[in-house]
Design a binder for this molecule. Structure first.
Ligand SMILES: O=C(O)CCC(=O)C(=O)O
Length: 512
């Protein structure tokens, strides 16, 4: 592992993007970077390592065109930021805006612009620009080759000898300072810090009864990690790369905005070094490859799924999830107010969960709940916000979920998940009697057309679901409503007596 050592304190700007609820995009960047560029390291032989420093992955490239965080400029008196000189009149624009404008260009135009100045060379080399071009234009019909820029060239100009041109290492530009570009590179190449992984405060259970699960976890809406409840799955034994590649052949799976064959996805995930790796997340895997669906079975705790009454009209509910280390899901709440289970078949996942009444730091949902703004990447959230959860009154629940273990994610809980190694998992979202009323309430919100997901007919889902429940399980909604009202009344009573009694000693308390 390469070590980054202290050479500056640099405050970077917030990067924000808004995304639909239950999607994986994010935004907001504010941090102190304690790092030094390799360019500076060349002139500095100090050996001490800063305790707040970060470790880079061993696969990290030795530099990102020499880009340094802005704070380093102040360590080099007399130097001029070549970011500005090379941009001409555009230098007044923020890095985000420059990249936004470059994002409107075609690959050939970016190529021409790269020859204008060193600054344009660095900006036009920004990998997400090339990734967007490839994903927009070829919708999955590409074979990833070392970087998105090379992939673009080899896809659209197959006669161009990329092998020869890429033997020449990328240019390293002197005196180029940009927090935005530096952080993007840093987040793509950082190792998870051990202290981000060590907190483990989830309740683990093995072999509990369904009644126990309902009473202690599902009814009170609390997460739990269930061990041993997928031991009988064929998937646990069989699902390695060879098996899946053989079974799936040319079938295409949903990977972010595109569709990819498994072989191409693994080719990509073996080489990827980016801040937000593409994640394979496919809701139709069992329809495409029925064997995948029969290699696992729903754990006994989650067998009641009332959305089944909708037959083919039920919203998407099960996904196969495959991703390399560093891929994952940034903070979100699960769709349609459903609860979920997530079973790890290969690899391991770090989970962080906050209860419904605690919005995680750095996460900003819109008032109607339709959009969420959060940090650009999971790594960025760890760098900038994880530390602040240490002193929070309502600490998150955290754990590492390993192969063979199942996480129960109760409805309404915020959660973030990062794969610590290449992982394969199955997740299902479901509605049981415990959250039926919640789900019905959610589906009839005035902005249901924006909130409801996983189905085309968003506005009518409430009516359809309610009618289908009435037809299949007559009286269930009324019965549950009555029970909920009784519970509420009971809670009110308790809280009144709590005000006049000391519940710990069972005696009255008086206050004057
Ligand atoms: O990346 C993962 O495994 C977590 C998936 C998840 O959070 C979800 O499906 O809601």
């Amino acid at each position: 592992m390469l070590s980054l050592r202290r050479s500056l304190l640099s405050q970077t700007k917030k990067r924000k993007t808004k995304t639909k609820l239950k999607t994986n995009k994010n935004a907001s960047r504010k941090q102190k970077i304690i790092a030094k560029s390799h360019q500076l390291e060349d002139n500095d032989n100090e050996e001490e390592e800063d305790e707040e420093g970060f470790n880079l992955k061993s696969s990290a490239p030795s530099h990102s065109h020499g880009v340094q965080p802005l704070g380093n400029l102040y360590f080099n008196p007399g130097s001029v930021n070549s970011r500005n000189t090379g941009l001409g009149n555009l230098q007044i624009l923020s890095d985000e805006l420059v990249l936004e404008i470059l994002g409107l260009l075609e690959g050939t135009q970016l190529g021409f612009l790269a020859t204008v100045s060193k600054s344009f060379y660095v900006f036009t080399s920004h990998e997400p620009l090339w990734r967007n071009l490839v994903l927009d234009k070829v919708e999955g019909g590409f074979s990833y080759n070392r970087s998105w820029k090379i992939t673009y060239v080899s896809t659209f100009y197959p006669s161009f000898n990329v092998a020869k041109s890429t033997r020449i290492p990328g240019l390293r530009v002197r005196d180029f300072y940009s927090d935005y570009l530096f952080q993007s590179w840093l987040c793509a190449n950082l190792e998870m810090k051990p202290e981000w992984l060590e907190r483990d405060n989830i309740i683990r259970k093995r072999g509990i009864s369904v009644e126990d699960f309902i009473m202690n976890f599902e009814e009170p809406n609390k997460p739990v990690l269930l061990e041993g409840c997928m031991d009988n799955w064929d998937a646990l034994e069989k699902w390695d790369r060879d098996y899946l590649l053989n079974l799936c052949g040319d079938v295409q799976f949903s990977v972010g905005p595109v569709k990819m064959r498994l072989e191409e996805y693994f080719r990509y995930s073996d080489q990827v070094k980016e801040e937000r790796p593409l994640y394979l997340f496919d809701p139709k895997f069992a329809e495409k490859i029925p064997t995948l669906g029969s290699d696992y079975e729903v754990p006994v705790y989650f067998r009641e799924d009332l959305f089944n009454v909708l037959g083919n009209e039920r919203p998407d509910y099960r996904w196969i999830i495959i991703g390399p280390a560093g891929s994952g899901s940034s903070f979100h709440i699960d769709p349609n107010s459903t609860s979920a289970w997530n079973a790890v078949i290969r690899g391991s996942k770090k989970w962080i969960l906050f209860p419904p009444d605690v919005v995680p730091p750095g996460v900003h949902p819109s008032p109607d709940g339709a959009e969420v703004a959060c940090p650009v990447s999971i790594m960025e959230w760890f760098m900038n916000f994880y530390g602040s959860t240490k002193n929070w009154e309502k600490r998150p629940i955290e754990c590492i979920c390993k192969a063979g273990e199942v996480m129960f994610v109760p409805n309404g809980w915020w959660h973030l998940v990062i794969n610590l190694e290449e992982s394969i998992a199955i997740t299902q979202n479901y509605v049981s009697r415990r959250n039926l009323l919640n789900v019905l309430d959610f589906l009839k919100k005035p902005n249901a057309s924006e909130l409801v997901s996983g189905t085309r007919d968003r506005t009518n889902l409430h009516e359809k679901f309610k009618n289908a429940i009435e037809a299949s399980l007559p009286g269930t909604i009324d019965e549950l409503t009555l029970k909920a009202e009784e519970k509420k009344a009971q809670q009110k009573k308790v809280s009144f007596w709590d005000t006049v009694t000391d519940s710990k000693v069972g005696a009255f308390k008086f206050s004057f």
